[in-house]
Ligand binder design. Structure first.
Ligand SMILES: [Zn+2]
Length: 252
Protein backbone atom coordinates (compact mmCIF):
# COMPACT_ATOMS: atom_id res chain seq x y z
CA UNK A 1 0.00 0.00 0.00
CA UNK A 2 1.27 3.45 -0.87
CA UNK A 3 1.82 5.58 2.20
CA UNK A 4 -0.37 8.69 1.97
CA UNK A 5 1.69 11.83 1.44
CA UNK A 6 1.69 14.38 4.22
CA UNK A 7 -0.06 17.57 3.20
CA UNK A 8 2.01 20.76 3.07
CA UNK A 9 -0.22 22.33 5.73
CA UNK A 10 0.49 19.39 8.04
CA UNK A 11 4.22 19.69 7.43
CA UNK A 12 4.08 23.39 8.20
CA UNK A 13 2.09 22.80 11.37
CA UNK A 14 4.62 20.24 12.57
CA UNK A 15 7.61 22.41 11.72
CA UNK A 16 6.15 25.51 13.39
CA UNK A 17 5.96 23.50 16.62
CA UNK A 18 9.42 21.97 16.17
CA UNK A 19 11.00 25.37 15.48
CA UNK A 20 9.48 26.77 18.69
CA UNK A 21 10.73 23.79 20.63
CA UNK A 22 14.25 24.21 19.28
CA UNK A 23 14.27 27.95 19.93
CA UNK A 24 13.44 27.21 23.57
CA UNK A 25 16.08 24.48 23.72
CA UNK A 26 18.68 26.94 22.44
CA UNK A 27 17.61 29.49 25.03
CA UNK A 28 16.27 31.99 22.51
CA UNK A 29 13.51 34.12 23.97
CA UNK A 30 11.03 36.10 21.92
CA UNK A 31 13.60 38.66 20.82
CA UNK A 32 13.09 38.88 17.06
CA UNK A 33 16.60 40.04 16.13
CA UNK A 34 18.46 37.50 18.28
CA UNK A 35 22.09 36.67 17.48
CA UNK A 36 21.82 33.22 15.91
CA UNK A 37 25.57 32.53 15.93
CA UNK A 38 25.86 33.37 19.62
CA UNK A 39 22.83 31.22 20.40
CA UNK A 40 24.43 28.18 18.74
CA UNK A 41 27.82 28.71 20.32
CA UNK A 42 26.30 29.05 23.78
CA UNK A 43 24.06 26.03 23.25
CA UNK A 44 26.56 23.31 22.44
CA UNK A 45 29.96 22.70 20.98
CA UNK A 46 29.04 24.33 17.70
CA UNK A 47 31.58 25.66 15.26
CA UNK A 48 30.43 28.15 12.65
CA UNK A 49 32.66 28.57 9.61
CA UNK A 50 32.00 31.56 7.38
CA UNK A 51 33.68 30.93 4.04
CA UNK A 52 33.23 31.39 0.29
CA UNK A 53 31.32 28.35 -1.02
CA UNK A 54 30.59 29.28 -4.61
CA UNK A 55 27.31 30.61 -6.01
CA UNK A 56 25.30 27.38 -5.81
CA UNK A 57 25.79 26.44 -2.17
CA UNK A 58 24.31 28.37 0.72
CA UNK A 59 25.55 26.19 3.58
CA UNK A 60 26.91 22.87 4.77
CA UNK A 61 26.12 20.90 7.90
CA UNK A 62 28.66 18.42 9.24
CA UNK A 63 26.45 16.78 11.79
CA UNK A 64 28.95 14.63 13.63
CA UNK A 65 31.44 17.45 14.01
CA UNK A 66 28.77 20.00 15.06
CA UNK A 67 30.01 22.26 12.29
CA UNK A 68 27.88 24.59 10.17
CA UNK A 69 29.54 26.27 7.21
CA UNK A 70 27.85 29.38 5.83
CA UNK A 71 28.57 30.92 2.45
CA UNK A 72 30.04 34.34 3.28
CA UNK A 73 28.77 35.77 -0.01
CA UNK A 74 25.26 36.06 1.40
CA UNK A 75 23.40 38.95 2.90
CA UNK A 76 22.97 39.12 6.65
CA UNK A 77 19.30 38.18 6.27
CA UNK A 78 20.06 35.22 4.05
CA UNK A 79 22.95 34.03 6.24
CA UNK A 80 20.64 33.89 9.28
CA UNK A 81 18.20 31.85 7.24
CA UNK A 82 20.99 29.52 6.07
CA UNK A 83 22.15 28.84 9.63
CA UNK A 84 18.57 28.06 10.71
CA UNK A 85 18.20 25.83 7.62
CA UNK A 86 21.39 23.92 8.47
CA UNK A 87 20.15 23.57 12.04
CA UNK A 88 17.24 21.57 10.68
CA UNK A 89 19.66 19.12 9.05
CA UNK A 90 21.62 19.02 12.28
CA UNK A 91 18.62 18.16 14.43
CA UNK A 92 16.46 16.12 12.08
CA UNK A 93 18.71 14.87 9.27
CA UNK A 94 19.91 11.31 8.90
CA UNK A 95 22.52 10.25 11.42
CA UNK A 96 26.05 10.36 10.09
CA UNK A 97 25.05 12.32 6.98
CA UNK A 98 26.59 15.60 5.95
CA UNK A 99 24.39 18.06 4.08
CA UNK A 100 25.26 20.48 1.32
CA UNK A 101 22.39 22.90 0.81
CA UNK A 102 21.77 24.47 -2.59
CA UNK A 103 21.19 28.21 -2.87
CA UNK A 104 18.05 28.26 -4.95
CA UNK A 105 14.46 27.88 -3.79
CA UNK A 106 13.65 25.04 -6.13
CA UNK A 107 10.25 23.48 -5.44
CA UNK A 108 11.40 20.17 -6.90
CA UNK A 109 14.20 19.80 -4.38
CA UNK A 110 14.12 17.02 -1.82
CA UNK A 111 11.51 17.01 0.89
CA UNK A 112 14.20 17.53 3.52
CA UNK A 113 15.43 20.69 1.76
CA UNK A 114 11.84 21.93 1.62
CA UNK A 115 11.30 21.15 5.28
CA UNK A 116 14.58 22.79 6.28
CA UNK A 117 13.43 26.01 4.57
CA UNK A 118 10.07 25.96 6.35
CA UNK A 119 11.76 25.22 9.67
CA UNK A 120 14.22 28.07 9.13
CA UNK A 121 11.40 30.52 8.46
CA UNK A 122 9.59 29.53 11.67
CA UNK A 123 12.84 29.50 13.62
CA UNK A 124 13.55 33.11 12.68
CA UNK A 125 9.93 34.22 12.94
CA UNK A 126 7.82 31.97 15.19
CA UNK A 127 4.31 31.51 13.86
CA UNK A 128 2.49 33.25 16.72
CA UNK A 129 4.95 36.15 16.85
CA UNK A 130 4.70 36.63 13.10
CA UNK A 131 0.90 36.79 13.13
CA UNK A 132 0.85 38.98 16.21
CA UNK A 133 3.29 41.44 14.69
CA UNK A 134 1.29 41.67 11.48
CA UNK A 135 -2.05 42.10 13.20
CA UNK A 136 -0.80 44.57 15.78
CA UNK A 137 1.65 46.58 13.70
CA UNK A 138 0.29 46.34 10.19
CA UNK A 139 -3.43 45.52 10.47
CA UNK A 140 -4.80 42.71 8.42
CA UNK A 141 -7.42 44.70 6.54
CA UNK A 142 -4.96 46.72 4.50
CA UNK A 143 -3.14 45.56 1.42
CA UNK A 144 0.51 45.00 2.00
CA UNK A 145 2.59 48.01 1.06
CA UNK A 146 6.33 48.29 0.70
CA UNK A 147 6.63 49.91 4.15
CA UNK A 148 4.90 46.89 5.67
CA UNK A 149 7.29 44.43 4.03
CA UNK A 150 10.25 46.51 5.24
CA UNK A 151 8.84 46.65 8.76
CA UNK A 152 8.42 42.88 8.92
CA UNK A 153 11.80 41.93 7.47
CA UNK A 154 13.59 44.48 9.64
CA UNK A 155 11.77 43.25 12.74
CA UNK A 156 12.56 39.56 12.22
CA UNK A 157 15.83 40.21 10.35
CA UNK A 158 14.83 38.06 7.43
CA UNK A 159 15.88 38.43 3.81
CA UNK A 160 13.41 40.00 1.39
CA UNK A 161 12.89 36.71 -0.38
CA UNK A 162 12.23 34.63 2.73
CA UNK A 163 9.90 37.35 4.05
CA UNK A 164 7.88 37.31 0.83
CA UNK A 165 7.78 33.51 0.73
CA UNK A 166 6.51 33.44 4.29
CA UNK A 167 3.86 36.10 3.62
CA UNK A 168 2.73 34.23 0.54
CA UNK A 169 2.66 30.85 2.31
CA UNK A 170 0.59 32.42 5.11
CA UNK A 171 -1.84 33.86 2.59
CA UNK A 172 -1.07 37.55 3.16
CA UNK A 173 0.19 38.28 -0.34
CA UNK A 174 -0.16 36.75 -3.80
CA UNK A 175 2.11 36.36 -6.83
CA UNK A 176 1.52 39.96 -7.87
CA UNK A 177 2.86 41.48 -4.65
CA UNK A 178 5.62 38.89 -4.55
CA UNK A 179 7.04 39.98 -7.89
CA UNK A 180 6.35 43.65 -7.18
CA UNK A 181 8.47 43.66 -4.01
CA UNK A 182 11.05 41.04 -4.95
CA UNK A 183 13.82 43.45 -5.99
CA UNK A 184 15.36 46.72 -4.86
CA UNK A 185 15.49 46.10 -1.10
CA UNK A 186 18.68 48.08 -0.44
CA UNK A 187 17.46 51.36 -1.91
CA UNK A 188 13.97 50.85 -0.50
CA UNK A 189 15.41 50.36 3.00
CA UNK A 190 17.61 53.43 2.68
CA UNK A 191 14.88 55.74 1.43
CA UNK A 192 12.59 54.58 4.22
CA UNK A 193 15.17 55.39 6.87
CA UNK A 194 16.54 51.94 7.65
CA UNK A 195 20.14 50.77 7.70
CA UNK A 196 20.86 48.53 4.75
CA UNK A 197 23.04 45.99 6.62
CA UNK A 198 20.32 43.31 6.40
CA UNK A 199 20.70 43.27 2.62
CA UNK A 200 24.48 43.57 2.47
CA UNK A 201 27.11 40.85 2.52
CA UNK A 202 27.24 39.46 6.03
CA UNK A 203 31.00 38.99 6.34
CA UNK A 204 33.69 40.43 4.11
CA UNK A 205 36.38 38.01 5.28
CA UNK A 206 36.22 34.27 5.99
CA UNK A 207 36.39 33.30 9.65
CA UNK A 208 35.64 30.57 12.17
CA UNK A 209 33.72 31.01 15.41
CA UNK A 210 32.79 28.79 18.32
CA UNK A 211 34.11 25.55 19.71
CA UNK A 212 37.01 25.06 17.29
CA UNK A 213 38.71 28.06 18.86
CA UNK A 214 38.19 26.84 22.43
CA UNK A 215 39.40 23.35 21.50
CA UNK A 216 42.56 24.64 19.81
CA UNK A 217 43.37 26.88 22.77
CA UNK A 218 42.73 24.10 25.25
CA UNK A 219 44.92 21.56 23.39
CA UNK A 220 47.77 24.04 23.37
CA UNK A 221 47.37 24.98 27.03
CA UNK A 222 47.49 21.30 27.98
CA UNK A 223 50.68 20.87 25.93
CA UNK A 224 48.93 18.37 23.68
CA UNK A 225 49.89 20.34 20.57
CA UNK A 226 52.89 22.54 19.79
CA UNK A 227 52.73 26.29 19.23
CA UNK A 228 53.30 25.78 15.50
CA UNK A 229 50.46 23.22 15.32
CA UNK A 230 48.24 25.60 17.28
CA UNK A 231 49.04 28.39 14.82
CA UNK A 232 48.55 26.08 11.84
CA UNK A 233 45.09 25.05 13.09
CA UNK A 234 44.10 28.68 13.49
CA UNK A 235 45.42 29.68 10.09
CA UNK A 236 43.47 26.80 8.51
CA UNK A 237 40.38 28.24 10.18
CA UNK A 238 41.04 31.73 8.73
CA UNK A 239 42.09 33.05 12.13
CA UNK A 240 45.38 34.73 11.25
CA UNK A 241 44.09 37.66 13.32
CA UNK A 242 44.68 35.56 16.46
CA UNK A 243 48.00 34.11 15.32
CA UNK A 244 49.44 37.50 14.43
CA UNK A 245 47.57 39.30 17.21
CA UNK A 246 45.97 41.73 14.81
CA UNK A 247 43.94 44.25 16.71
CA UNK A 248 41.41 46.06 14.58
CA UNK A 249 39.78 47.80 17.51
CA UNK A 250 39.87 51.59 17.58
CA UNK A 251 38.33 51.96 21.03
CA UNK A 252 36.06 49.67 22.96
ZN1 LIG B 1 19.69 21.91 3.12
Amino acid sequence: MVKPKMKKSEIRERLAIEANRKRKELGIDRTPDFDIVKALINYKKFTIVIAPLGPNTSGICYKNEHVIVVNMNQTLGRARFTIAHELYHYFYGKKGTDYISPTSYNPSKSIEEYEADIFASYFLAPRDDFFQFIFEEIRKSTKFKLVDILKIEQHFMMSRKSTLIRLKDDGFIGDYEFSMYENGAIMQAKTNGYQDSLYRQWCAEPTTLGYYLNATKSLYEQNLISKSKHDELLIEAFRTDIVFKENGVIND
